[in-house]
Write a protein that binds this ligand. Structure first.
Ligand SMILES: C[S@@+](CC[C@H](N)C(=O)[O-])C[C@H]1O[C@@H](n2cnc3c(N)ncnc32)[C@H](O)[C@@H]1O
Length: 323
């Protein structure tokens, strides 16, 4: 296989200068992070500049509304609920996506439709979006993104036992011991989308002109595959980043790596949370930009990103790290 091209972090200041736009920001070795609302920021960036988006958005939108985050912090319910304890272990609050009403679902559709329209402008032709979702909401989110003008290129299935579902009917567990109300979740769907290539352009022409259009093969030369055997985020990473939706480095590094077909360009995460995607980009030697609206998570990410980037994973040993 070709030796991966490594980007040097030394030119980051120059590369990222057009994107600070006077928001609070910080430069790491190969990445820039900003504290901003991504909708507002995306409206202000130049058109056709980014090569890929890898992101884990607020799945149901509502759960990251400031009032819901406050309720979560106060243990006050809202959309964040503590699921029944499992094997005697108390579980962390999870958003209850089953409880969404038609108005809330319509809001999700509008939100992702507007977001995808802005991303469509900001990406180069042939640029990919890899976006995390949830088995109960993905059909709404993926339709909104396709309708905004992206090609749907299938789903990436992250195999992970989420502990969602699988419960017996509430308050009638002993009456219906052989029933579960919904399947126990064993995967997380990620949508794969591509901004259409220019009319008449082939993938090879797009790669030459925009460094986009395809996905990067794995370091061993095999194609990127749409099922990845993953894991729940390890305790060691949870200790570094106390964010309710933290994703594991072992998985994110593989996705980020695939997002730039030539290993060149800028990966954008408009919903970076504590910065796990940005840490994966740093570990991979890619340039990346992360945006987070919530000041507390942005501040957390300043310490988290360098630490997560240093984490050793099984995949790192299989050489997903280029540094
Ligand atoms: C699902 S979490 C991502 C967590 C991330 N994967 C991590 O490992 O920390 C989504 C994040 O998007 C942020 N967010 C929500 N709306 C936003 C917006 N309009 N602009 C920027 N960030 C936003 C939330 O505060 C939340 O931290």
């Amino acid at each position: 296989m070709n030796k991966p091209r490594v980007q040097s972090g030394g030119d980051s200041n120059y590369i990222f200068a057009p994107y600070h736009l006077e928001y609070p920001h910080h430069l790491f070795d190969t990445s820039l992070i900003l504290c901003a609302d991504c909708f507002e920021w995306l409206r202000r960036v130049p058109e056709g500049v980014f090569h890929a988006v890898v992101t884990d958005p607020p799945y149901g939108v509502k759960e990251y509304d400031p009032d819901q985050l406050e309720k979560r912090a106060n243990g006050n319910g809202g959309v964040w609920r503590i699921p029944p304890s499992f094997d005697g272990h108390e579980r962390a609050p999870l958003p209850r996506f089953t409880a969404f009403n038609p108005d809330e679902k319509a809001r999700i559709r509008r939100y992702f439709s507007e977001w995808a329209g802005l991303v469509l402008k900001a990406l180069r032709p042939g640029g990919h979006i890899l976006i995390a979702s949830n088995a109960l909401l993905s059909q709404i989110v993926f339709t909104a993104i396709s309708d905004a003008g992206f090609e749907f290129r299938g789903q990436l299935i992250r195999l992970v036992r989420t502990l969602r579902g699988g419960d017996r009917p509430k308050n009638a567990e002993s009456e219906f011991p052989d029933v579960c109300t919904m399947p126990r979740g064993c995967y997380e769907p990620w949508g794969i989308f591509r901004k259409p290539l220019l009319a008449g352009m082939t993938v090879s022409e797009c790669l030459r002109e925009f460094q986009t259009g395809g996905l990067r093969r794995k370091p061993d030369g095999n194609p990127f595959e749409d099922v990845i055997e993953s894991e729940r985020t390890p305790q060691a990473e949870r200790k570094i980043a106390n964010h309710p939706s933290l994703k594991p480095q072992s998985f994110l590094r593989q996705v980020v790596y695939a997002a730039l077909p030539l290993g060149e360009g800028i990966v954008l995460d408009p919903f970076m949370g504590s910065g796990s995607t940005i840490a994966a980009a740093e570990a991979t030697g890619y340039h990346a930009i992360g945006i987070e609206r919530h000041a507390e998570y942005y501040t957390m990410s300043l310490a988290v990103i360098p630490e997560l980037a240093q984490v050793t994973t099984r995949e790192t040993q299989l050489s997903f790290s280029l540094v």
